[in-house]
Design a protein. Sequence first.
Length: 138
Amino acid sequence: MTGAYLESLPDIRGPLILQRDYVPGICGEGEGEGLDDDGNLIWNGGEARYLYVLPADAANPGLSPNLDLPEGSLWRADVLHDVDPFPSGVDYGVLPVRALQRHPESGDPEEPVSGHEYYLYVLRDVVLPLARCLFQVP
């Protein structure tokens, strides 16, 4: 198959295409989502398996092996399929119990800059988003 052939195929608008094309809005202030004053990442809707902090203008994460780490990602943490998901309130840069740091590969993640906007992207599972919103660092 060639790239031209693949490009000629229509999108079927399945959940992965909708996720790819999603445009985030501002995190709900009244809902408490985003990064709180104590450095905790807060989202609504339940426990998560995938957690990303991205630049505000980053592409949405997609499937592995080549679309699951958007360019410029600050931090990604997730758990394996046989591990319980983790709750909201994760301290930025501190892995939840039994979670794996996927980015950066080693060391501490880049610190978000006060006053800058970032993209919080949290999934219950691959096609089940919990939070996809922009927040400003206090």
